[in-house]
Design a protein around this ligand. Structure first.
Ligand code: MG
Length: 248
């Protein structure tokens, strides 16, 4: 049968439509590829912990039994009181992890003294120093006012928490913190690190920058790749338990 100009035009039109539809069909096939095929390496399988227990790849720093993974200020033993599954600040000084860390995800639980004493910075003061340099404040700020960048959940002296998520004195509380240290480039210019902090599962620091050598009164200073995790003895009997981290 001889083609009319009408049938030739229809063939061209159908061909053009197929050409337009083909890339869409291909991209739909792309999105159906297994996720593992997309990245350079397959994300490892990690068994999550239940109700605050450590995940399978965590480094457990304190499980309630002893402070073997910690030391005192000058390499001595960590001398805080350990009993009933917790370690308690007792005036014997800060304690330092024997191992050094850079970027980490940290879980730590603490309880403020049930007997309320003092006010402002004098009530249940302790703290977690990352790399011995950058403090996330531990303080009893349940019905206790102080300066905002020094209250519970503050990046001390730098950034106030978004909210006050404190539980009552004597109740166990938790921090879940992602820390990246600041660094120096090849030119020697410091690049900011970051803190993201959850206090009792509530976001209180949202990827805020970490700059400089250290926070006020930190036991160590200077921009370096790793350092010990330090728990602060500020003279108040704050208790700690269930401390673990994951290197990032
Ligand atoms: Mg403190």
């Amino acid at each position: 049968m001889k083609k009319t100009s009408c049938t030739v035009f229809t063939s061209i039109l159908l061909g053009a439509c197929a050409a337009l539809l083909l890339p869409a069909a291909l991209s739909a096939a792309e999105t159906n590829k297994p996720a593992a095929a997309k990245g350079p390496t397959e994300p490892p399988v990690v068994t999550p912990g239940t109700a605050g227990s450590p995940p399978s790849d965590a480094i457990v720093l304190f499980d309630g039994k002893d402070l073997a993974k910690w030391r005192g200020d000058k390499g001595a033993e960590a001398l805080w009181k350990v009993e009933n599954g917790y370690a308690e600040v007792n005036g014997k000084g800060n304690i330092f992890t024997r191992e050094e860390f850079g970027a980490i995800q940290l879980h730590v639980e603490w309880a403020e003294p049930a007997e309320v004493k003092g006010d402002s910075q004098g009530r249940g003061n302790s703290g977690v120093y990352f790399m011995g340099r950058y403090e996330i404040q531990v303080l009893d700020c349940y019905n206790n006012k102080t300066y905002f960048d020094g209250q519970t959940g503050a990046f001390y002296g730098h950034n106030a928490p978004l909210v006050n998520a404190c539980r009552k004195p004597g109740e166990w509380q938790a921090y879940d913190i992602v820390f990246h240290p600041p660094s120096k480039s090849a030119e020697g210019v410091a690049e900011a690190g970051s803190f993201t902090v959850f206090h009792n599962n509530v976001l209180v620091q949202d990827h805020i920058p970490v700059k400089g050598d250290a926070t006020t009164a930190a036991p160590l200073s200077g921009i370096v790749p790793t350092g010990p995790l330090v728990l602060q003895d500020h003279g108040n009997p704050v208790r700690y338990r269930n401390i673990w981290l994951r290197k990032l």
